[in-house]
Structure formats: structure tokens, C-alpha cells
Design a binder for this molecule. Structure first.
Ligand code: XUL
Ligand code: CO
Length: 438
């Protein structure tokens, strides 16, 4: 077993904006303070196991291209342990404080559930040791309830109660290991929780089953004593035509309808937002307004491609808008910035994993600095506050306080005769002001 998987790469350091070293941070300075908090604490970066360790660059038209010395293809626990060591070497050299996994990324599928659990236990023990030795923490764990053929019709929304029980057993075990590894939270992404045609689907029954599933998960979380939040990760389609957790608003509605809102927050992903026809910032604001902004999956799509391309987030408009909303809602607590992103198929060398994460981390560090500068300047914030000033006094304040009736509104409008003092929305000016900070 090799001692090092990235032998020619040493720890990535902050060298500042003038550095031309491709293996150095230009903007992510972990201990630098922004609004009184270190960048490391603001951003809480995490590396994903699935794309970074398991992804080989295969697509529908071609085999994997990636050079990955830790992938022997044996599918054994021995290989999984080697992969775990490669993961911790990578995350350690990168200097990210967290990582995330699906149960079946870290340990191989067994022939039976019992064997899968045994595999997971063996690798889980190694992860615990690696976490202790490195100080790297688990941001969140999750169950991969979508790869195995038994989940073809869904997991917690399957037409088969037997399949539902397998899914429940997988979540139970993944929760146990998330707890054991001191995970900060636990994610539910409804991999195949949706449908391809209503001709074979009882939507109401499937949604009810999903609600029951989440309640059982909450009960088990309490039994375990796991204190981290649950997150739902919205996505509108892919792999199914219609996923039930289609966007932040749909998730919040589901959580309210099934009386689960106290136990869940949302994990918002950029490429899922754009697939839903929203911007990332829209989704963050919908979650934040409901007090349910938990964590983010940081990536981006491509405007020319209509699918979930999971590219590394390098767009400064995107990262600064994300950080504006995160700061607005008080910053991350248990959540963080998880790179649910993969290198392009053509970026096949191991060093590309470093280039990609450095690009993403620097883009987020700049996003954070830009957002803090916009907040300090105050012009944009003041514009919005001023725009709503008619609600601060008189009839506006009375309506907000719940003390006005339709008759009061009518009386007010009759007295005015017409509204003569409307002001411009100034979108173009505001966009130009935003650009001053990029
Ligand atoms: C899929 C996706 C998942 C979740 C975890 O689009 O984003 O990897 O983040 O299951
Ligand atoms: Co994701």
C-alpha cells in the first residue's frame, strides 16, 4: 500500500493575491478575520467523498479517464480503507476542516444488508481513527439510497414496502455512524424520490410514506442522542422526471404539512437551484426567510448545458451573492460550504483535484470579502430599507402589526385619491454599484 497518494504535493498555503503558484491560495487565508470571524469559521469548507474519491470521469458516452491510484477496482474493504487514507491525505493537504460521505461511498455494498453493515463498520472504525489523527471533522453523512437496482422505483417512496425497509435500515445505520463520527448534521437527498409517470404513481401515498419515513428518522435520532440537524437537499429532476423535494419552497411545504419543520433545515445546492429555474440566492433567501437555511452544496452548472454538471464554483457573482445571503442570516452554525463538485472529464490528473478545490475555495474567500465590503459600504442595504419605508409608519406600520382591516386600507386609499410618489427600482444603478466591489 503506498504511503502517499499525492507524493509531489505538499500542504497548500496562503500566498496572497500576487502569488503565481498554482498550488497556493490567493484569497483563502484561513485565520484572516472578516466581520470579526475567521475565514475558516465563516466558510467551513468540506470535501465530498463521492466525486473526489469515487468519481472516475465516466459519462454516458465513455469510460472513466481519471488517474486514481487509490481505486484498484476490487470493491473490497481493503481497497476502501486505502481510499479513506487517500481522502484524508487530500483533505489534510488542502486544509479543509470537513468532509462528507454517503455510506456506500466509504464502504462497499455487501451481498446482503448484514454484510454491507459489516463493511461499513470496518471502514467506519478507520474513519474514526483518521479523523482523530488529522482533526478533520465530518460535516454530514448521508445514505446512498439510489444506486442499487432495488431502488429503481424510489426508496422511501417506493411502491414496495420491502424496499422501504431496506432504505430505512440504511438510514438507521448511516445515522449511527454519523453520530459515532461526531457529524455536524445529516442530509437527506431524495435520490429517486419522485416519479417518471403518473400513470403508475400514487403521489399522495408516496408523499405520506416519505413523511412517515422522516418521522421514524427523527425518532431514531432522538434515541441515538444525535444532536445535529437534519437537512433536506432540494432538486427538481434527475434522476426522476419529477422529484418530490423539487425546490426550497416545496421542501418547506412538505416539512410543514408533515409537521417536521422543527427537525429539519435545508441544504441548498447551486446546480439544483438552477435546474429548478431559480438562482442559488433565491433558494437561499427562501430557506433563510423560513429560518431553515442550514448548509450549502457549492458548485455551479453551465448555462449551455441543461443538466447537473456539478462544476466547481468559480463565478464571483455567484459566490458573493451566496455569501451575502449567508451573512444576512447570521452565518453557518452546523452547516458549511460543501464542494459537491467534480473535475471535468478532461481534467484527469490527481493534481486537478487540488486545482479545482483551490479555485473553489479562493472564489468563496473572495465572495466572502466582496459580500463583507458590500455590507460595510451599506449603499445596497440602505436602498432596500428605504424602498420599504412606507411600512415603517402610518398605515404601513398598522398593517404589519396586524391592526388594520380592509376598511382601513380603503379609507386610506380614498383619502389619497391616487399614489403620486412611486420611485424607480434603479436595477441598473444597483448592478453597477455591485460591480464596484468585484
Ligand atoms: C446529487 C447530489 C447528492 C447529494 C447527497 O445531485 O447533490 O450528491 O448532495 O446525496
Ligand atoms: Co448535493
Amino acid at each position: 500500500m503506498p504511503k502517499e497518494f499525492f507524493p509531489r504535493i505538499s500542504a497548500i498555503r496562503f500566498e496572497g493575491p500576487d502569488s503565481k503558484n498554482p498550488l497556493a491560495f490567493k484569497h483563502y487565508d484561513a485565520e484572516a478575520l472578516v466581520e470579526g470571524r475567521s475565514m475558516k469559521e465563516h466558510l467551513r469548507f468540506a470535501v465530498v467523498y463521492w466525486h473526489t474519491m469515487r468519481g472516475a470521469g465516466a459519462d454516458m458516452f465513455g469510460w472513466g479517464t481519471a488517474q486514481r491510484t487509490w481505486q484498484t477496482g476490487e470493491g473490497t474493504v481493503k481497497e476502501a480503507i486505502q481510499r479513506a487514507r487517500a481522502m484524508f491525505e487530500f483533505v489534510g493537504k488542502l486544509g479543509a476542516p470537513f468532509y462528507c460521505w454517503h455510506d456506500r461511498d466509504v464502504a462497499p455494498h455487501g451481498k446482503t444488508l448484514a454484510e454491507s453493515n459489516k463493511n461499513f463498520d470496518a471502514v467506519g472504525k478507520e474513519l474514526k481513527k483518521l479523523q482523530k489523527d488529522s482533526g478533520i471533522g465530518l460535516l454530514w453523512g448521508t445514505a446512498q439510497n439510489f444506486v442499487h437496482p432495488r431502488y429503481m422505483h424510489g426508496a422511501a417512496t417506493s411502491c414496495s414496502a420491502d424496499v422501504y425497509c431496506f432504505a430505512a435500515a440504511q438510514v438507521k445505520k448511516a445515522l449511527e455512524w454519523t453520530h459515532e463520527l461526531d457529524g455536524q448534521g445529516y442530509v437527506f437527498w431524495g435520490g429517486r424520490e419522485g416519479y417518471s409517470t403518473l400513470l403508475n404513481t400514487d403521489l399522495k401515498r408516496e408523499m405520506d410514506h416519505l413523511g412517515r419515513f422522516m418521522h421514524m428518522a427523527v425518532d431514531y435520532k432522538k434515541k441515538l442522542g444525535f444532536k445535529g440537524p437534519f437537512y433536506i437537499e432540494p432538486k427538481p429532476k434527475e434522476p426522476t422526471k419529477h422529484q418530490y423535494d423539487s425546490d426550497a419552497a416545496a421542501c418547506l411545504n412538505f416539512l410543514r404539512e408533515y409537521n417536521l419543520l422543527d427537525h429539519f433545515k435545508l441544504n441548498i445546492e447551486t446546480n439544483h437551484a438552477t435546474l429548478a429555474g431559480h438562482t442559488m440566492q433565491h433558494e437561499l433567501e427562501v430557506a433563510g426567510a423560513a429560518g431553515a437555511l442550514g448548509s450549502i452544496d457549492a458548485n455551479m452548472g453551465d448555462v449551455m448545458l441543461g443538466w447537473d454538471t456539478d462544476q466547481f464554483p468559480t463565478d464571483l457573482y455567484l459566490t458573493s451573492q451566496v455569501m451575502l445571503s449567508i451573512l444576512k442570516y447570521g452565518g453557518f452554525t452546523t452547516g458549511g460550504t460543501n464542494f459537491d463538485a467534480k473535475v471535468r472529464r478532461e481534467s484527469f490528473e490527481p493534481v486537478d483535484l487540488f486545482h479545482a478545490h483551490i479555485a473553489g475555495m479562493d472564489a468563496f474567500a473572495r465572495g466572502l470579502k466582496i459580500a463583507a465590503a458590500i455590507r460595510k459600504d451599506g449603499r445596497l442595504g440602505k436602498f432596500v430599507a428605504d424602498r420599504y419605508r412606507s411600512w415603517d409608519r402610518g398605515i404601513g406600520a398598522k398593517i404589519e402589526a396586524g391592526k388594520a382591516t380592509f376598511s382601513d386600507c380603503e379609507k386610506h386609499a380614498l383619502r389619497l385619491g391616487e399614489v403620486t410618489d412611486l420611485e424607480s427600482g434603479r436595477q441598473e444603478l444597483l448592478e453597477a454599484i455591485y460591480n464596484e466591489f468585484l
